[in-house]
Design a protein around this ligand. Structure first.
Ligand code: A3P
Length: 295
């Protein structure tokens, strides 16, 4: 496995695993990732990239420690929650981090359901899946790929529009991802949430999360969690805003990780023509599911 060399403009390469594009170092360790041994008390936060993972992780952490904000400051997000398939040599190895972490563990993945290490489902682990509407998700991913050098360069917005719709992005097609997990939710221990609901009524969604995790929190604690996980507060929290990542990985001066945190920013990016093309294609790709989104 080669170490990441950062010449100006250089990016990590990406390869395919069963038709899903993933950063090359993840592909290199794929057998180990696939054979990851989950434990029954593991909690997994699963999302398509940019669907609100970090937000959910912060909420989950505060639920688990009953609103103890100091405790949630113990380490940056990527250290508190191993991202099992994230391998950035020599800086990050999510697999090793997960294996070295004492239980109970809360882990993160972006894998589509068919690539999820089977032991998570075999051990009946609790899984939280968060989905975000495709248009905002696309816009967020575009800006993230601009600032994150472990992902391919997104090209122009026009180019990226195509790349995203055809699923040629890391972790694969948004459409297949959200549909695959949606289908799995009835057979497994999966709580399926939506970014848009979390925005609209955070307290309600936080309560749902607390119930799922098995924590009965009083109203005051719930309000505290709502406050500390609001976008403007998290944006200023160095343990939750990814500013602790080396700039060779994430360059916040290109686009901050905590970018806008809203629903509907796609309207500032999509042209009228793009919106028509998108909607047409969306109808076809989502015809075989009862899963619906708020745009
Ligand atoms: P935008 O790029 O639209 O601003 P992930 O954590 O899965 O990478 O998702 C990142 C997206 O979630 C970014 O979206 C980010 O701003 C948004 N986000 C992060 N924390 C948030 C919060 N507390 N409330 C709302 N959105 C948040």
């Amino acid at each position: 496995m080669e170490d990441l060399k950062y010449n100006e403009g250089e990016r990590l390469a990406a390869d395919y695993i069963e038709g899903i594009l993933l950063p090359t170092p993840t592909c290199d360790l794929w057998d180990q990732i696939w054979n990851f041994q989950a434990k029954p008390d593991d909690l997994l936060v699963s999302t398509y990239p940019k669907a609100g993972t970090t937000w959910t992780q912060e909420i989950v952490d505060l639920i688990q420690n009953e609103g103890n904000v100091d405790h949630s400051q113990r380490a940056p997000t990527h250290e508190r929650f191993p991202f099992i398939e994230l391998i950035i040599p020599p800086l990050i190895n999510g697999l090793e981090q997960a294996n070295n972490m004492p239980s109970p563990r809360t882990l993160k993945t972006h894998l589509p359901i068919q690539l999820l290490p089977p032991s998570f489902l075999e051990k009946n682990c609790k899984i939280i899946y968060v989905a975000r509407n495709a248009k905002d998700n696309m816009v967020s991913y575009y800006h993230f790929q601009r600032m994150n050098r472990t992902l391919p360069h997104p090209g122009t917005w026009e180019e990226y529009f195509e790349t995203f719709m055809t699923g040629k992005v890391c972790w694969g097609s948004w459409y297949d991802h959200v549909k695959g997990w949606w289908k799995a939710k009835d057979q497994h221990n999966i709580l399926y949430l939506f970014y848009e609901d979390m925005k609209k009524n955070p307290k309600h969604e936080i309560k749902k999360l607390a119930n799922f995790i098995g924590k009965d929190l009083d109203d005051k604690t719930l309000d505290k969690i709502v406050y500390h996980t609001a976008f403007d507060v998290m944006k200023k929290n160095p343990m939750a805003n990814y500013t602790s990542m080396p700039t060779e990985i994430m360059n916040h001066s290109v686009s901050p990780f905590m970018r806008k945190g809203t629903t509907g920013d796609w309207k500032n990016h999509f042209t009228v023509a793009q919106n028509e093309i998108f909607d047409e294609d969306y109808k076809k790709k989502m015809a075989d599911t009862n899963l619906t989104f708020q745009f």
